[in-house]
Design a protein around this ligand. Structure first.
Ligand code: CAA
Length: 378
C-alpha cells in the first residue's frame, strides 16, 4: 500500500522538518539538561502547530487530522520531547474542550490554546489509579456555584508548565467510573499545588509532575460535559490521543533506523563498512520492516479518524505495534553503534531512553491489548 498525501500535507511535512532541523535540533542539549522548550512552543504557536486541527473560528489552522499526525511524526524524529508536548497539548489538553465544551468554554479557552499562548494538560492518572483509570479517588463536591476538589494526580505531562488542565474527579463515588466528571482548571486556581518533578529515564525536556488539589474551588461553569460523563470524555479523547503517541513512537523508530543505517555505512571493521556484514544487514532489514509496518498502522488509524470512522481498535493497534517497534529498533540501533551507541555522544542512546515510555503512557501495551481484545469480542 502506498501512502498518498495531499499537497497541503506534504507542505506541512516539509515545514515541520525544516523547523525541527533549524530550531529544535540545536536545542536538544538544553532539553537533555532538563530545560523546558518554552521558546520552541512559542514558535510552534506562531507557525500554527499548537492548533493544527482547531477550526479557524477558534483561532486554529483548521488543517486535517493527517497533518497533525505528520507533525507529531516529524517532530518526534528530531525530538520525542517536543512530540509529546504537542500531542498531549492537542489531543487530551485541547480537544476535550473543543468536543465536549459549551460555546462559552470554547470561546474562553480554545483560541488561547490554539495559538500556544496557553499550554494544555490532562489529569487522569493517580497514585492508585493508573491502568484502572476508572478507580480514581479525586473527589469533587458541589458547593453553591463551585465544585470543591480534593485529591492528587501523578505523571502529569506538561504539568506545572501548562495553563489549562483537564481534571477528572469523582462527583458520585457510588457510581464508580460513571460518577467521574471532567473539569477545566486554570493553573492559578487557589488550592492547585504543583508537587514533585519526576526525574525520568528519557524525555528530559518534557515536564512530568505530581499535582495536589486542596479544597480547590473550580467554578461550576468549568464542568466539562455533564456530571458523570468524565470517564467517557477521557476514553474518547485517549482513543485519538493514542494515534499521536503511536506517531511519536514511529518518529523515534525511524530516527533510530536512519542513524543505524548511516553509521553502518561509515564504520569500518575488518577492512570494510560493517553494513557489508550479513549480521548487520539482517538487523537493519528487520528494523526497516517493523518501521514500515508501524508507518502503515499509524497512518491507517489517522486516516480512519480523518474520515470520521471508528478508530479505537486501530489506534490501539498502532500504538501497541509502533511503541514496541520504537523500543526494539532503538535497542538494535545501539547495538549497531557498539560501544559508541552507549555514549551520550550519539543520539541512539537518547532515542533508546525516549522510546520506552511510548509503551507505558496513554495506556500501557497491556491496556492496548485489552482494548483490542474487547473490540474483537464485543
Ligand atoms: N470511548 C467512549 N466510552 C468508552 C470508551 C471509549 N473508548 N471505553 C470505555 N468507554 C465507556 C464504556 O462504554 C462504559 O460505559 P458505561 O458505564 O455507560 O457502560 C464505561 O466507559 C466504562 O467502560 P469499561 O467498563 O470498559 O471501563 P474499564 O474500567 O474496564 O476500563 C480501560 C477500561 C480501557 C482499561 C481504561 O481504564 C483505560 O483506558 N485505562 C488506561 C488509562 C490510560 O490510558 N491512561 C493514560 C493517562 S493520560 C497520559 O498518559 C497522557 C500522557 O502523559 C502522555
Amino acid at each position: 500500500m502506498e501512502l498518498r498525501f495531499t499537497e497541503e500535507q506534504n507542505m506541512m511535512r516539509n515545514m515541520v522538518r525544516e523547523f525541527a532541523k533549524e530550531k529544535i535540533a540545536p536545542f536538544i542539549e538544553h532539553m537533555e539538561a532538563g530545560e523546558f522548550p518554552r521558546e520552541i512552543i512559542k514558535e510552534m504557536g506562531e507557525l500554527g502547530l499548537m492548533g493544527i486541527t482547531i477550526p479557524e473560528q477558534y483561532g486554529g489552522a483548521e488543517m486535517d487530522f493527517m497533518s497533525y499526525i505528520i507533525a507529531i511524526h516529524e517532530l518526534s524524529k528530531v525530538s520525542a520531547t517536543v512530540g509529546v508536548i504537542l500531542s498531549v497539548h492537542t489531543s487530551v489538553g485541547t480537544n476535550p474542550i473543543l468536543y465536549f465544551g459549551t460555546e462559552d468554554q470554547k470561546q474562553k479557552y480554545v483560541p488561547k490554546l490554539a495559538s500556544g499562548e496557553y499550554l494544555g494538560a490532562f489529569c487522569l492518572t493517580e497514585p492508585s489509579a493508573g491502568s484502572d483509570a476508572g478507580s480514581l479517588k479525586t473527589r469533587a463536591v458541589k458547593d453553591g456555584d463551585h465544585y470543591k476538589l480534593n485529591g492528587s494526580k501523578v505523571f502529569i505531562t506538561n504539568g506545572g508548565e501548562a495553563d489549562v488542565y483537564i481534571v477528572f474527579a469523582n462527583t458520585d463515588p457510588e457510581k464508580g467510573s460513571r460518577g467521574i466528571s471532567a473539569f477545566i482548571v486554570e493553573k492559578d486556581t487557589p488550592g492547585f499545588i504543583v508537587g514533585k518533578d519526576e526525574h525520568k529515564m528519557g524525555l528530559h525536556g518534557s515536564r512530568t509532575v505530581e499535582l495536589t488539589f486542596e479544597d480547590m474551588r473550580v467554578p461550576a461553569e468549568n464542568l466539562l460535559g455533564q456530571e458523570g460523563e468524565g470517564f467517557k470524555i477521557a476514553m474518547a479523547n485517549l482513543d485519538v490521543g493514542r494515534i499521536g503517541i503511536a506517531a511519536q513512537a514511529l518518529g523515534i523508530a525511524e530516527a533510530a533506523l536512519d542513524e543505524a543505517v548511516a553509521y553502518s555505512k561509515e564504520r569500518k571493521q575488518f577492512g570494510k563498512p560493517i553494513s557489508f556484514n550479513q549480521g548487520i544487514g539482517f538487523k537493519l532489514a528487520d528494523m526497516a520492516t517493523a518501521v514500515e509496518a508501524s508507518r502503515l498502522l499509524v497512518y491507517n488509524a489517522a486516516n480512519l479518524r480523518q474520515l470520521g470512522k471508528p478508530c479505537g481498535q486501530e489506534a490501539s493497534m498502532a500504538k501497541l505495534f509502533a511503541s514496541k517497534t520504537a523500543v526494539d529498533v532503538a535497542i538494535e540501533a545501539v547495538q549497531v553503534f557498539g560501544g559508541y551507541g552507549y555514549t551520550e555522544e550519539y543520539p541512539v542512546e537518547r532515542l533508546f531512553r525516549d522510546a520506552k515510555i511510548t509503551e507505558i503512557y496513554e495506556g500501557t501495551s497491556e491496556i492496548q491489548r485489552l482494548v483490542i481484545g474487547k473490540h474483537l469480542t464485543n
